[in-house]
Design a protein around this ligand. Structure first.
Ligand code: HEM
Length: 434
């Protein structure tokens, strides 16, 4: 497949290659590529060996506009995440022609998407989340105690940040606490598949052709998720409780029970999207605060800045780096001619550094106002868990900041390698707590 007018708006190879390179998202080089693209080719075509050509949206305004036009830019016609040709071929072979291994909300378009979203949407609305505030505060206090118990030095990612949102989302879902380490490991293996430390298949870099041919994706991780949630579903049908898993296990659409694939996909998206992203924003914020003591002092002195700190940490880290869309009919967009079935990449982390929208975008400012960060996406697919994520982070900072008197890095932090979802995987800190 080719894309219309590729030569005119073709992105230079060295920049295009960074877009598909998991390492570039870990070492920050991707931000140099984004900056170049915003200035020189804000809506160009990447042509990289082994991947179908794709348009690349790097400007804030274009990302919002594409996300808003859900009928023109579909999620499900092709893979909604960047995929190599080899992986795409194998998935289609396995799934009877479908480009998807799962059928989550992310993979659906209207009318199905809204029907499935409405099944759980009420759980995630601010008025319903308020009832969970006390429960979440208890979990946040425990996380802060856990940090204090390390005695002033810890790896904030692995000892604190990962566990807090994991415990919140698993208790909403109805997964027993003893199974949380398993959920954490499976999520890290899914999102960190290309990371040499996190992935199960250590050489699963999706641009690695030989590895892709041999083992195109980690089916083992998905199978493990399926087996776990199938058993949970059976338990929730037999013994319904007041949680999301019970709701999903018994869900009906148009009077019919939802299929096994759709139910399993629903569990998987809530179980994975619901914690890794939030812990990445939390850890990314603590990292930025350690490097910017002036910002830490500001928010400690004036706790009314905490919601601003949360918003800035989401902009700063933008844990979901990219999603893909597919054009549904020939159209003009941003002075380009797009053809039906063209594939395009939304670069959220670029939109969140767009100089046209943010003053000093490369500075972490807890009192940034306005802050039009778009890390939760926009339009019909806008993040279902955005209010929960904000609330969890606000409560954690409310509990942690008054007790934190000193903070500094105590070693080299590291980011995970991934094109889709990434964030800090290690953050050694030294601190004092009251
Ligand atoms: C969708 C980011 C937390 C569940 C999304 C999308 C993004 C995103 C970019 C796609 C939006 C679009 O296509 O326009 C984030 C970030 C988070 C976060 C940055 C934390 C900082 C959560 C949490 C949950 C969650 C806590 C649930 C417990 C979902 C679901 C979708 C989604 C179910 C699919 C919605 C749909 O397609 O209709 N998220 N998310 N997310 N997120 Fe989040």
């Amino acid at each position: 497949m080719t894309v219309a007018a590729p030569t005119k708006h073709r992105i230079p190879d060295d920049v295009a290659n960074l877009l598909v390179q998991p390492r570039a998202y870990a070492d920050g080089e991707i931000h140099e590529a984004y900056k170049w693209l915003r200035q020189n080719e804000p809506f160009g075509v990447a042509e990289v060996e082994g991947v179908d050509p794709f348009w690349v949206a790097t400007r804030h305004a274009d990302i919002l506009e594409i996300s808003r036009q859900n009928a023109l830019f579909h999620n499900g016609d092709r893979s909604p995440t960047l995929t190599s040709q080899e992986v795409d071929r194998k998935v289609r072979e396995m799934m009877g022609g479908s480009p998807h291994l799962l059928r989550t909300l992310i993979h659906m378009d209207e009318p199905d998407h809204m029907k499935y979203r409405l099944l759980t949407q009420a759980w995630f609305l601010p008025q319903n989340l308020r009832a969970m505030e006390d429960r979440i505060r208890v979990i946040a206090k425990a996380a802060v105690e856990r940090m204090a118990a390390t005695g002033g030095q810890c790896d904030f990612v692995n000892q604190v940040a990962l566990h807090f949102p994991l415990h919140v989302v698993m208790s909403i879902l109805g997964v027993p606490e003893e199974d949380e380490p398993r959920m954490l490991k499976l999520t890290q293996e899914l999102f960190g598949a290309a990371d040499p430390e996190l992935g199960r298949n250590r050489d699963a870099d999706f641009m690695n052709k030989e590895a892709a041919e041999e083992r195109p994706f980690d089916m083992g991780v998905i199978t493990d998720f399926f087996m776990y949630f199938r058993a949970l579903s059976e338990r929730k049908r037999a013994n319904p409780t007041d949680d999301l898993a019970t709701l999903i296990a018994n869900a009906r659409i148009d009077g019919q029970p939802i299929s096994d694939l759709e139910a399993m996909s629903y569990y998987i998206i809530v179980a994975t999207a619901g914690h890794d992203t939030t812990s990445s924003s939390t850890a990314g914020a603590l990292w930025a605060l350690a490097e910017n003591p002036g910002e830490l002092a500001k928010v400690k002195k004036d706790p009314s800045l905490i919601p601003g700190l949360v918003e800035e940490s989401i902009r700063w880290t933008t844990p979901v780096k990219t999603f893909m869309r597919t054009v549904t009919e020939d159209t003009e967009f941003a002075d380009r001619s797009l053809k039906k079935n063209d594939w395009l990449m939304l670069c959220y982390a670029s939109g969140n550094r767009d100089e046209a929208v943010f003053d000093n975008p490369y500075q972490f400012q807890v009192d940034r106002k306005p802050n039009k960060q778009l890390a939760f996406g926009y339009g019909a697919h806008v993040c279902l868990g955005q209010h929960l994520a904000r609330m969890e982070m606000r409560i954690l900072w409310e509990e942690l900041l008054p007790r934190l008197s000193e903070l500094e890095l105590a070693g080299e932090p590291a980011m995970s390698e991934a094109v889709f979802v990434n964030g800090p995987k290690r953050l050694p800190i030294r601190f004092k707590m009251d």
